[in-house]
Ligand binder design. Sequence first.
Ligand code: ZN
Length: 175
Amino acid sequence: MSILKVARMGHPVLRERARPVSKSELRDSLMQKLIDDMIDTMHEYHGVGLAAPQVHEGLRLFVALLDEDPGPKSEATVIVNPEILPSGSAKEEGWEGCLSIPDIRGMVPRFTDITVAALGRDGKPIELRLKNFSARVAQHETDHLDGVLFFDRMTSMQSLTYLDEYSRYHAKDDD
Ligand code: ZN
């Protein structure tokens, strides 16, 4: 397994629409290795999610920690070709960061209750009902597959903050 290089904002791959992954591609050992490497890379940089375009692969695939309170023991979930269906129209503002936009945080409105229909890494269909933080992570990562970054979803730039200032002045808002 290896740690992959993460594309930073400005790299064109982050602005392209990724293509679906076929079931036969998922049976390829190179695709399975990419998935394992993405999980390792996400953990290495203490992320809660990582989408394939962030490691220069234009594929509709992401890995994420979808527990409500992700910690070191959380298992990564692999999501392929996701479709997001909001349950209702309720949105909530919450802090987000991105491994492709290092050391920046901003407040982003997201649906609070969604269903994600996708394939798992074994090619079998999965359906996940996600709420609050895990729903936020899934929407952020699915946006990457469409070339969308969290800045694009912000309704105001006033909350933009560097990580140090986030920790000093805003982290408490989260709890
Ligand atoms: Zn991101």
